[in-house]
Design a protein around this ligand. Structure first.
Ligand SMILES: C[S@@+](CC[C@H](N)C(=O)[O-])C[C@H]1O[C@@H](n2cnc3c(N)ncnc32)[C@H](O)[C@@H]1O
Length: 417
């Protein structure tokens, strides 16, 4: 065994040890078969040109850009592990399964190949011929050349009439095209990073009636879907280095954002002691749905480091903080506050009228209290065909997309650990 191989093996061991520990910190368990696959597949063979130390960092490696935008990457190991775990949990294991991966690269397809075993199969599809060409070479070099690689837009059926036990999408989607549901076997599972209210979660979905319903979700971020399922994201300036991210089709109800963050910051605190591990990504979806339910505008705030360090803004997460625009005020979730023995949740707000801003911060905090008092419920996503009448929708907050009507509900039942 060469020195490089020994080095790669020890880096791989360290990476997976860290994944096991990180899963435990989040209250999750890395499934043993996923752990074995990740200890087996040599990630450095899918990141050619990078030193092994970088190939085994727990982050996505960008492999293609278009202008400023990242359009292809080798996904981050922690996210791959979590999504494979979602798939395996939902299907009760992956051995013998037939899998379609949307978005190629080779690394995740090799892990899937390990997981499905000799009688299962893996097909991977990518819209970009550069990506599929590279995937074919890397898969061959790693000894996984029985993965079928297809170059096509996965918005449409990949192999007419063929159905899969698992469709795992590794690009950020805005909607669920009919082809993804139609290509699932009757008890098949779709794992997909899907954007609702401007926030992306990896949902594991099963068939339910004429639609799909989620059984788990994880916070995630991905390069966007291209082709016929592509969508538009716009950024509106609020201050230097602070933006509101608007989802496809979203228009701002409130004009006059200029100078809003220069008005005195009002704050409100929920007075809570958060139970560990609290999944704040679930709270953010709760805030979005409660905001929509009362007819106010939910937006996602993003901020550059410089705007945070200069004190212009103090968001809960610089890449995507839940925020509400209402009657000229802007409220957003603050960072957690350590009260000496627990964490508390809070909100900041700005507006031309101090009292209206203070009320906006209070309103957000009341939604937070309601979520904690309800037992920190997890989101459940229902996906129904676009033509579903209102009267046939399940209870929850409806979000209309091109092909589907999504309904976001919340439950404390069957919460997985
Ligand atoms: C994050 S990368 C895939 C990572 C890969 N699964 C791995 O093993 O690391 C996302 C890929 O999705 C592809 N993609 C985007 N839109 C697509 C579409 N409509 N159909 C097929 N592939 C698409 C992009 O070309 C990109 O290569």
């Amino acid at each position: 065994m060469s020195v490089e191989m020994i080095n790669s093996e020890s880096l791989r061991r360290a990476m997976v040890d860290q994944l096991v520990a990180d899963h435990a910190d989040k209250g999750l368990t890395l499934r043993p078969e996923v752990e074995v696959a990740m200890r087996t597949v040599p990630r450095e063979l899918f990141t050619p040109g990078l030193p092994p130390e970088e190939a085994y960092e727990n982050r996505a490696i960008i492999t293609k850009r278009r202008g400023e935008e990242n359009i292809s990457s080798v996904s981050a190991p922690f996210l791959i592990a979590e999504m494979l775990g979602q798939a395996a949990d939902a299907l009760g294991g992956l051995k013998g399964r037939h899998v379609l991966e949307v978005g190629s690269g080779g690394y995740n397809a090799s892990l899937l190949r390990e997981l499905v075993g000799a009688v299962g199969s893996v097909t991977t599809v990518d819209i970009d011929p550069d990506v599929t060409d590279r995937a074919v070479e890397c898969l061959k070099a790693a000894g996984y050349d029985d993965v079928k690689v297809v170059c096509a837009d996965a918005e449409h059926p990949v192999d007419s009439g063929r159905r899969y036990d698992l469709i795992i999408v590794t690009a950020g989607a805005w909607d669920i095209p009919p082809a993804w549901r139609e290509q699932l076997t009757d008890d098949g599972v779709l794992v997909v990073p899907l954007r609702t209210f401007g926030m992306t979660r990896s949902w594991a979905l099963r068939r339910a009636g004429g639609g799909l319903v989620s059984v788990s979700e994880r916070q995630c971020g991905f390069v966007p879907v291209q082709g016929d399922g592509a969508y538009d994201v716009q950024y509106v300036d609020v201050a230097d280095g602070v933006h509101l991210r608007l989802d496809e089709g979203q228009r701002l109800d409130s004009p006059g954002l200029d100078g809003l963050l220069e008005t005195p910051r009002q704050e409100a605190w929920a007075g809570l002691s958060l139970p560990p591990p609290t999944v704040l990504a679930d709270l953010d979806l709760w805030l979005a749905s409660r905001t929509a339910d009362v007819g106010q505008q939910f937006v996602v705030l993003t901020a550059q480091d410089a705007a945070i360090s200069s004190g212009v803004v103090a968001p809960s997460w610089r890449f995507g903080t839940p925020a509400v625009l209402h009657e000229g005020t802007l409220a957003y979730r603050s960072e957690l506050r350590w009260t000496g023995d627990a964490f508390d949740l809070g909100a900041y707000a700005h507006g031309p009228a101090t009292s209206a801003a203070a009320e906006a911060a209070q309103r957000m905090v009341e939604h937070m209290r309601a979520w904690v008092n309800a037992g920190c419920p997890a989101p459940v996503l229902h996906v129904l065909p676009a033509q579903t009448p209102d009267g046939d929708l399940p209870a929850g907050t409806a979000v209309d997309k091109r092909h589907s009507r999504l309904v976001l509900a919340f439950t404390t039942e069957g919460r997985e650990s």
